[in-house]
Design a protein around this ligand. Structure first.
Ligand code: ADP
Ligand code: MG
Length: 384
């Protein structure tokens, strides 16, 4: 029933093709992130005036906020070629040597998920970034020799969802670091209006606002929802995406008023349902939703934090009263987990109109099946 991944921030292969058509190509087309845009633009202009490649750039932030787009824009603004690779693709130092030595002068090298680069390759990168040189080691043990190879001056643009995982030496070699933050609803509305124009979709102002409000602060999600809403508008309405059309469409696709997706909801439901609102450690929480701790931390938490549904404390993750409210539940008296009262007494399991019916989180049939399980393998504790 749920369109899985509809509001996940990661992009599928098919979607990448679609996204390519919507990507902003220049800094002026890039919506929002005003400060980052301004700083970058000054830096790029300065470098161009000096006729030298600009400093290496590190872009951090949750998925779907425009890191790859910015990397492409940097190359575009500098009018230089862009070479794209990613941390996981560089398994051995040799992989990186091959890439670096093939760079042409001034080229931008985009290294996505840079925190996942193999350690030996990372060490090579230090000298490449600093001195435009790589040392290729031939042989092993005492007889090994290092052959220095020149690398053309280039600009490394690194992107990461987890800047905290970068080693100090690597981080220090970036002259410019920018953190991308979630977008405000009016910025997302602008992203949507721009995309609608490119796609030939008629989108009213209130339609854009409605979709923007459910896009989790993330342009990628906004564009994806626009696609679904457009389909609906064409099939079930007169093709115009108004607020009502957007609402009706997103209800069908099971996107709630805050745009929470399956993982977000699973995390919240576990936190509230299994752990009485917390505090609970990240690992325990992740295990209970069947995910890696990093996935919960990088993908679900940033937006839950930002939406004020979850907080991090020294003792673990805690659900806020707003989280209970969003799930259609009464906050328990002592939300910090000291209360051992059963959270879901037999009678109180379903709030009026279904546990998660608040603002269309589930479709109209919001009631739980008898087993007390939520759809999508959701998280209520058995039989409590
Ligand atoms: N600031 C922005 N203005 C307009 N569209 C954006 C912006 N940021 C992201 N997008 C859209 O969102 C999609 C995902 O952005 P992307 O750069 O791939 O994010 P990331 O690399 O951070 O995951 C892009 O295809 C683009 O259409
Ligand atoms: Mg990217």
């Amino acid at each position: 029933m749920s369109a899985d991944g509809l509001v996940s921030a990661a992009a599928s292969a098919e979607e990448q093709a679609f996204e390519a058509g919507l990507r902003p190509r220049t800094l002026t087309e890039f919506v929002g992130q005003r400060k980052v845009r301004e700083q970058l633009s000054i830096m790029l202009e300065g470098a161009q005036a000096r006729g030298r490649p600009p400093d290496h750039v590190l872009l951090s932030g949750p998925p779907g906020l425009g890191k790859t787009s910015l990397a492409m824009i940097i190359a575009e603004e500098l009018a230089v070629p862009l070479r794209m690779t990613s941390g996981p693709a560089i398994e051995r130092a040799g992989d990186l040597v091959a890439i670096l030595t093939a760079l042409s002068p001034g080229e931008v090298l985009f290294l996505d998920e840079i925190h996942r680069i193999a350690r030996p390759a990372e060490e090579l990168l230090y000298a490449a970034m600093e001195d435009f040189r790589v040392d290729v080691i031939l042989g092993k043990g005492p007889g090994a020799t290092a052959i220095p190879l020149d690398v053309a001056p280039f600009t490394l643009v690194g992107a990461t969802t987890r800047s905290g995982l970068l080693t100090g030496p690597l981080r220090d070699r970036f002259g410019f670091t920018a953190h991308l933050d979630f977008y405000a609803p009016d910025e997302l509305a602008r992203v949507l209006t721009r995309s609608a124009g490119l796609l030939g979709v008629s989108l009213t102002e209130d339609g854009a606002a409605e979709v923007a409000g459910r896009s989790r602060g993330t342009p990628r999600i906004a564009n994806r929802l626009l696609r679904r809403v457009r389909d609906y508008a064409e099939v079930r309405a007169d093709g115009v995406v108004t607020r009502d059309v957007a609402r009706a469409a997103l209800r069908i696709y099971d996107v709630d008023g805050l745009g929470l997706d399956r993982l977000d909801r699973a995390v919240l439901e576990a936190l509230v349902g299994r752990f009485g609102g917390g505090p609970v450690g990240l690992t325990t929480l992740a295990v209970s939703v069947g995910e890696e701790p990093e996935t919960v931390e990088d993908v679900a938490e940033p937006f839950l934090l930002r939406a004020g549904l979850l907080i991090r404390t020294s003792r673990g993750r805690v659900a806020t009263p707003a989280a209970f409210e969003h799930l259609g539940l009464e906050p328990i008296a002592e939300p910090l987990g000291r209360s051992q009262a059963p959270l879901f007494p037999d009678t109180g399991l379903l709030a009026e109109g279904g546990l998660l019916s608040g603002d269309g989180l589930l479709t109209e049939s919001g009631a739980l099946p008898d087993g007390g399980m939520l759809p999508d393998g959701g998280m209520l504790p058995d039989g409590s």
